[in-house]
Design a protein around this ligand. Structure first.
Ligand code: NAP
Length: 246
């Protein structure tokens, strides 16, 4: 039985992953911003075998409230074996281009709120001295800025780089850091997109994420074929890349 904190627990990908932790009989604490969805997610996980330690309503952008949520979680669980951070939004790129406020708000949600949470969680886990695993969802969008979503991509890239440094820092404390880079997953976030062969379901993503966290992987692409797609995308020279409609 592992002690698992999930932030952004009502996300489709997080909830599907939580169902696999529930199947293992893990003890869980859920954090999210909508009470009724948190309650429903918690009830579902309990039915599936989770030991539910509690839940806390938090808008992750409320930085002053993050500490209280994390302390409540740590106390209710009795420490953290796994901390999984999954919240995020998909910004309207054109709005971000016309409004500095919207651009900053999106960067706040997708980068700074997560980096603030990680700063707090890392300190708590280091102090506890019991090792553990931190896992965060970034995106393949972190790897190259594209005109269609570079605010989202830049935010995910910031978190991705932050995680790489955090992994080095925490290695000596026996705390692993898993960076999760999904491609296209069919969730409420992407409800308006036309789906094709590259799309995966949250349940398939969850299997890969659950396995990566459980074995303490450093980096996982979801699904795995995105590793090769992104290798090709990264190899495109800038002088060509700037002319592509992506
Ligand atoms: N779907 C994809 O294709 C894809 C690809 C790459 C990466 N990702 C990443 O995967 C993660 C999960 O997304 P998903 O696809 O599962 O989408 P989702 O079902 O829409 O989940 C997003 C979650 O983030 C929560 N959230 C947003 N802003 C928040 C805030 N200020 N405070 C607290 N919670 C907040 C949402 O809460 P509410 O429900 O209350 O709004 C929701 O639970 C995100 O980090 C996303 O960027 C997704």
């Amino acid at each position: 039985m592992r002690k698992v904190l999930i932030i952004g627990a009502t996300s489709a990908i997080a909830a599907a992953t939580a169902r696999l932790f529930a199947r293992d009989g893990d003890r869980m604490f859920l954090v999210g911003r909508r009470e009724e969805r948190l309650r429903a997610t918690g009830d579902d996980l309990a039915v599936r075998g989770a030991e539910l330690a509690g839940w806390h309503v938090l808008d992750v952008n409320d930085l002053d409230e993050q500490d209280a949520a994390l302390k409540e979680a740590e106390e209710a669980l009795g420490g953290f074996d796994i901390v999984f951070i999954a919240h995020g939004t998909l910004p309207d790129q054109s709005l971000c281009q016309s409004s500095v406020d919207v651009m900053i708000e999106e960067f706040q949600t997708n980068a700074l709120s997560t980096m603030a949470l990680l700063t707090r969680v890392a300190g708590m886990m280091e102090q506890a001295g019991k090792g553990g695993q931190i896992a965060v969802i970034t995106s393949v969008a972190a790897e190259r800025g594209r005109q269609s979503n570079y605010v989202y991509g830049a935010a995910k890239a910031a978190v991705d780089t932050f995680l790489e440094g955090l992994r080095q820092r925490l290695h000596k404390s026996g705390i692993g850091v898993t960076t999760i880079r999904p491609g296209f997953i069919d969730t409420p976030m992407t409800a308006e997109f036309k789906k094709g062969v590259l799309w995966a379901q949250p349940e398939d993503a969850a299997k890969r994420i659950h396995s990566a966290i459980s074995r303490g992987a450093d980096l996982v692409y979801v699904p795995s074929f995105w590793r090769w797609i992104m290798l090709v995308i990264r190899l495109i020279p800038r002088r060509i890349f700037k002319r592509i409609e992506l």
